[in-house]
Design a protein around this ligand. Structure first.
Ligand SMILES: [Fe+2]
Length: 300
């Protein structure tokens, strides 16, 4: 759901807010669509997923399982949802798919997604500039962990509502052009990713879609030293750790996946089993596109 273009107007905001909250899925079941064949999803199932994304900026497809290690499955699902422009991270393979699993060594093991540790609240691509913004993503489960590995999820539009209802100045603070800075990623004296500074909350000038840059981590991140920003962060942190009622929790099952418009998310720590078929494996694709809530992109 795009925000109305005069969202600053209190009456407009109130109407949009009330409509958003009343249409919001009440449970993880209301977010989930059974999909018979995720590698070749049916149009009505894709339409339903897109409709749910229009209300919650995320949806879950539940496949029959047993799709195995086939990267074509999430690629096909993305295409069917109208996601075409893949964005790569430093650890993404050439096909645009990242295989998230525990890396026993090597460069990937330095990144938390490739460990079994808890991954705190964040949106993806906080370090990306405007030309490489991540607006959509897919997490497709090939294998689930034996224990843990649950995702926790929150629609950024819901976070916006909580923040604005608490104090409208928080919104203005987070929209400042230098609200969040991520320092350069350097290795052996070489810059492998440039520093990036930008707003934490931004509205796309054309679509009015809300984009949130947020990370709960405390290192390699610099928030603007501004009372409105710091107040917003304190509020957000309390809200995310307080089990707010709009947070969804899900442990993806094999053959199932999460599609979303770069919602706030994280992952609990997990424990793999001993056998090779008992180790968590998630395929992740980042996109510059968003999922069209109306579903029209999904049917093209
Ligand atoms: Fe992420």
């Amino acid at each position: 759901m795009a925000l109305p273009d005069d969202i600053q107007n209190p009456d407009t905001y109130r109407r949009w807010r009330d409509a958003k909250l009343s249409a919001y899925p009440a449970s993880i079941d209301a977010l989930t669509v059974p999909v018979d064949e995720p590698a070749a999803p049916a149009k009505d199932q894709i339409y339903e997923l897109a409709q749910i994304c229009g209300r919650a900026n995320m949806a879950i497809y539940e496949g029959p399982g047993g799709t195995g290690e086939d990267k074509r499955v999430p690629i096909a699902m993305g295409r069917a949802l109208g996601l075409k422009n893949v964005e790569r991270s430093l650890t993404t393979e050439n096909d645009g798919v990242s295989a998230l699993e525990v890396a026993a060594g090597g460069p990937k093991s330095a990144y938390i997604p490739y460990t079994d540790r808890r991954l705190g609240w964040h949106t993806d691509g906080c370090y990306n500039d405007d030309y490489h913004a991540i607006n959509g993503f897919i997490l497709h489960c090939v294998r689930a962990a034996r224990e843990g590995g649950e995702n926790f999820l929150l629609d950024p539009e819901i976070a916006y509502i909580y923040l604005r209802d608490e104090n409208p100045d928080y919104i203005d603070g987070l929209m400042q052009p230098n609200a969040l800075s991520i320092p350069a990623n350097e290795k052996d004296g070489k810059i492998i990713r440039a520093a990036h500074s930008g707003p934490a909350l931004a509205l796309d000038p054309i679509t009015h879609a809300l984009h949130l840059r947020y990370t709960a981590r405390k290192s390699y991140v610099a928030w603007l030293d501004d009372a409105r920003v710091l107040g917003a962060l304190e509020f957000l942190e309390a809200m995310l750790s307080d089990d707010c009622s709009h947070i969804f929790r899900v442990k993806l099952r094999p053959g199932s996946g999460l599609v979303g418009n770069n919602v706030l998310h994280g992952r609990t720590k997990f424990e793999d089993g001993d056998g090779p078929g008992d180790k968590r494996l998630i395929y992740r694709i980042y996109y510059q596109d968003r999922i069209s809530g109306a579903g029209e992109g999904a049917l093209s």
